[in-house]
Design a protein around this ligand. Structure first.
Ligand SMILES: [Cu+2]
Length: 199
């Protein structure tokens, strides 16, 4: 017997599948010329029209350990809150000079504690700096949807379960020029796109 609850579950499942039509994976390699390795490039789909993407419910985390921001590059969906943890005995003072991050300045806080900032502007490539240690630097890359990937040292990236459609696939790197490519993702397939980026 199909009771009301079961019916509701089935209808919801059907609607979910109908709205988000999961399709293919995008993978490839980014060759970053003139920098020490191919890591920390962000490959992302610029826009997926018609779908509203929520920020991640869990806060993204950036640690400060041994006078270094970890990770060095953190891509997030717009609206996500980033928690800045201090794991050092010394005080840090995280701030961003970027307008799209409202030039925030979080002040200083003790070891084991954290403070946070919510990034509400998409297409914001915001640098994180520390008032106390000029050598500290990191980047928050604020994107419109969760279809992004960070390259490893070899330059490999993988973006999974992208809905089918035509998009702009882009690469961001802190030191190198942005690259953009028109791509088509179709159902149940995997496509490969390699990039070479330089100054
Ligand atoms: Cu510091």
């Amino acid at each position: 017997m199909l009771n009301k609850t079961k019916l509701l579950v089935l209808v919801t499942l059907f609607l979910t599948l109908a709205v988000i039509n999961y399709a293919g994976d995008i993978k490839g390699k980014v060759e970053a010329k003139g920098v020490k390795n191919n890591a920390n490039a962000v490959v992302y789909i610029e826009d997926i029209p018609g779908i509203k993407f929520n920020p991640s419910k869990e806060n993204a985390k950036m640690d400060q350990k041994n006078l270094t921001f970890i990770p060095h590059v953190l891509p997030i969906v717009v609206g996500t809150t980033v928690e800045y943890i201090n794991s050092d005995d010394v005080l840090h003072n995280v701030f961003s000079p970027d307008k799209c991050a409202e030039k925030f300045n979080l002040g200083t806080w003790a070891k084991g504690k954290s403070r946070s900032y919510t990034f509400n502007e998409a297409k914001c490539y915001s640098v994180m700096l520390c008032n106390v240690h000029p050598e500290m630097e990191a980047f928050i890359v604020v994107l419109k949807n969760p279809y992004f990937a960070l390259t490893d040292k070899k330059g490999n990236y993988l973006i999974k379960d992208v809905p089918e459609g035509k998009y702009k696939l882009k690469v961001w790197h802190e030191k190198l020029k942005e690259k953009s490519l028109e791509i088509t993702v179709s159902k149940d397939s995997s496509i490969t796109h390699d990039f070479e980026i330089k100054k």
